[in-house]
Design a protein around this ligand. Sequence first.
Ligand code: IPM
Ligand code: MG
Length: 576
Amino acid sequence: MGKFTLLSGAAAPLMRINIDTEVVIPINRLISNKRGKLGPYCFEAWRYASDGSENPEFVLNKPRFREAKILVTGDNFGCGSSREHAVWSLSDFGFRCIIAPSFGDIFYWNCFQNGVLPIRLPEDAVTELAAEIEASEQALMTVDLQTQSITTPAGRKVAFMTDPERRSALLEGLDDIGMTLKLDAQIRTYRSKDRETRPWIYRREETPRVVRLLILAGDGVGSEILAEVRRVVEWFIAKRQLTVDLREELFGISAWKAYGDLMRQKTWDEIVAADAILFGATGSAEYNKIPAEARNVDQLLRIRKELDLFCNLRPVRTLPELCGSSTLRPEVIEGCDIMLVRELCGGIYFGKPRGRETLADGSERAVNTCMYTTAEIERIARAAFELARARSGRVCSVDKSNVLIETGGLWRDTVQALRDRHYPDISLTHMYVDNCAMQLVRAPKQFDVLLAENLFGDILSDCAAMVAGSLGMLPSASMGPIRPDGSRHALYEPIHGSAPDIAGKGVANPLGAIMSFALCLRFSMGLAQEADHLERSVVAAISHGARTADIAQLGEEGISTKAMGDAVLAELEQIQ
Ligand code: IPM
Ligand code: MG
């Protein structure tokens, strides 16, 4: 956009009121004519007769106004449709300044955006100016934006006012974008400060990041089911342009066999560097063959603890097709949808002291300690309340505060206090864990979000599995705290474990692990639609009859792990 400082040229009087943008440039000229080529059509209806010849009476066709740069006109100029083309056609014609008592609002601002100066003058002043122009021979005028004054054809000085910001934009030849870019350095400083304090605001703006995804198949059926998950991940890479850096490491017994080390440094480095881990299972009788000192740290628990994966989500949903696979009556479980929120880094799993010692008489004594702090309870309760807000708003918190009056009491008090302080909209109930186990099989539909500490959550989630029909169906997500850059460690695993009885037979149900990858799409990659697509494909595979042994009807033979993977892949292709 050119700078506007001093304009000298002929002025043309067009003293009509309410000249609307349709008169300035008719709509039928907007379609095939580009900016820069609209001049001939400016005031087309007035400039030309119906046979296409020029109308000699029209002011702009008079020889001394043909080259006019300034238009002096009536009230409410540029009213009507907001088309920016009106300004373009005027400036294509040659006008750089329009003087009127008032303007259509949008037209007025459009002028500044396109390097045309609109000047408002009192009606009398405009009338007087128009008369002076008519009376003068050459109608020459000067408009000085620096001093905000007009020199009329008769040599009079007339002052005018312009919005100071618009004025400096025109003087510098900048439109709104140009004006904004002038503040680039300030905007950058502000944004980098804001990015630090509110990282979550910026997460969605960024182009999809390559997510580092690590597969740890682990023990037992882990390698069989994760092979199917891998095919699903590869489908998303090939068909949905999923941007992942997919890696795989041996974990558990297979790692011991390969490296003589349950957790070699390289594997640990991969774990720490991963954005998300897809985990299979841990647990095997073969651990007994490993020297005790090598196996005294459970590697899955080490990952949970060191990555601080405190927030474990275990969604339990009953699919109508699988009602028959549960030992519970269909009417008890139909339509169940529970979100179990399990604290995963505290409690008796990690509390100290712990140990086993031989007493003087040769017998033994073993100790485990259940321990919780306010902060540990608050952060998991907050997760449960937040989830509840996006669901039905109900949370049932589980404890054993009638007996474990210390940890159980602190748990109950902390959850209640947090609810009262920050989540008054949430309906919170408390239940003892023994009663909860019973209620889960008696009337599971009463629950929405279930909040439990580590050990109780472990037990109750197996219990809740019967609600879904099979343990093999259940996924889980374990997440760490949100880091300043908005990312968080996460591990996704089916909750069923290594199932040594069927390991190696190729019959395990991979759906829990596949559904865990859906959670990964949703939580670690922010791809909710892709997650829905995968979940719907799993449901469709089941609806179309795909059943591994664990979800087959009595007497029916189940399909293989791989065939179940095939069924899901087929649905991924089918479903829209
Ligand atoms: C689970 C499992 C684990 C646990 C085992 C494998 C350590 O049962 O995730 O539910 O007890 O947390
Ligand atoms: Mg368990």
